[in-house]
Design a protein around this ligand. Structure first.
Ligand SMILES: Nc1nc2c(ncn2[C@@H]2O[C@H](COP(=O)(O)OP(=O)(O)OP(=O)(O)O)[C@@H](O)[C@H]2O)c(=O)[nH]1
Ligand SMILES: [Zn+2]
Length: 362
């Protein structure tokens, strides 16, 4: 089985990077591939000669011990080494051009990468029973922060009386972002999404469980031809079919990454993403008399004025305040962690410096 890596987004810039990394290392030959999914530290990687299962090499593990976000995730481009004993290891992760990162539940103030190298990031929300506006705002901040082009996809449009009207209404909470009603069941509204998964391009789906993400993947892919099927036959392990879907290549080029149904997504310190997701409020704030206006009773406050006239809804204002508080809290946590590392970490920093550079570090 061969896989066209160019259709999945492999290009000259990535090839040049891989070339530099391999020649600097004088290691066994390395081959590129794209991570389809990660399962307890074992990556399913799509390579030019087919899908392989790879464990994490020492350099990647070392990098991950310092920064968990260095662990490969779905969508990452990686370099693999095939060892004589038939083991395959991930020896490096190429720099990500974009990444969906959420806050982890732990105390370490780090982030978990849900998907990497997306060209577009779609916030997926069902119209039925009712779209959750606060969730759209939150996930949209994450999508903006990712560096990919954000979209809002309203699924199960066949269950709404007037999906177009609903999309127009929700456009107010997604300034500058296309809001696309789709029905995977009827095949309606899929064309604008198909445009996001042309050859070399990757669309990421971010939304709650049950939003209809896998139905959407199936609709875009036609029949899902997931290469991991072949691997299952090789290793003989019956794997649960719902866990393997992550990056799905689309016939004709492009890929869709279905992130696991996220129930609650904590924001990291993504001020830029938040500002873009709430561009309307950021725009209003420019009209305040004071540049550092806290919109908290200051004179000539354009935000308060908009709340007064109803131009800005109280619901949206409170949502913005809540998410801002969350991001500010995360920033403080992160700064505290960095400061602690500086204070206590100078010995280990010296040890790190003494070590040769590792390919896992890029
Ligand atoms: N009426 C209607 N139902 C849909 C549509 N798309 C999905 N559904 C239904 O919604 C339910 C959830 O769909 P899934 O595609 O499994 O949702 P998911 O987001 O992948 O959920 P997880 O697998 O839990 O992450 C299923 O019962 C689907 O049949 C649609 O376009 N119209
Ligand atoms: Zn103000």
């Amino acid at each position: 089985m061969t896989i066209d890596l160019t259709a999945l987004g492999w290009d000259a810039e990535r090839a040049a990077y891989a070339e530099r990394a391999s020649s600097a290392e004088r290691r066994p030959e390395q081959h590129p591939g794209r991570v389809a999914r990660v399962d307890r530290g074992v990556c399913t990687v799509l390579t030019a000669t087919g899908p392989v299962r790879a464990s994490l090499g020492g350099a990647v593990l070392t990098a991950a011990a310092r920064d968990p976000s260095a662990l490969p995730c779905a969508g990452d481009w990686v370099l693999l080494t095939h060892w004589p004993d038939r083991r395959v290891t991930v020896e490096g992760v190429l720099p990500r051009r974009s990444a969906l990162v959420r806050r982890t539940a732990g105390k370490d103030a780090s982030g978990q990468v849900l998907a990497a190298n997306l060209d577009a990031a779609a916030v997926v929300e069902p119209v039925h029973p009712e779209p959750d506006v606060g969730r759209i705002e939150r996930l949209l901040s994450l999508a903006h922060e990712s560096g990919a082009r954000p979209l809002v996809v309203l699924t199960k449009a066949d269950l709404a009386a007037d999906p177009a009207a609903l999309a127009r209404q929700l456009a107010a909470v997604a300034p500058g972002v296309p809001v696309l009603p789709v029905s995977a069941e009827r095949g309606d509204g899929l064309d604008p999404l198909r445009a996001e998964v042309t050859a070399g391009r990757t669309l990421g789906l971010l939304g709650p469980s049950g939003a209809g993400k896998s139905s959407l993947v199936n609709a875009l892919a036609g029949t899902v031809t997931m290469p991991t099927q072949a691997i299952r036959r090789v290793d003989g392990k019956g794997r649960h079919t719902t866990t393997w879907r992550a990056l799905v290549p689309i016939p004709g080029g492009g890929a869709v990454i279905d992130t696991p149904g996220v129930r609650a997504v904590g924001l990291l310190d993504g001020v830029a993403g938040l500002d873009r997701a709430f561009a309307d409020i950021a725009g209003l704030a420019e009209g305040c008399r004071y540049a550092d206006c806290g919109h908290d009773g200051e004179p000539a406050c354009a935000v308060r004025e908009a709340l007064h006239t109803g131009e800005l809804s109280t619901r949206r204002w409170e949502s913005w305040r809540r998410l801002q508080g969350e991001v500010a809290h995360e920033s403080r946590r992160r700064e505290a962690r960095v400061a602690a590392e500086r204070r206590g970490g100078w010995r280990s920093a010296r040890r790190r410096a003494a070590r040769p550079p590792t390919p896992g570090g890029y």
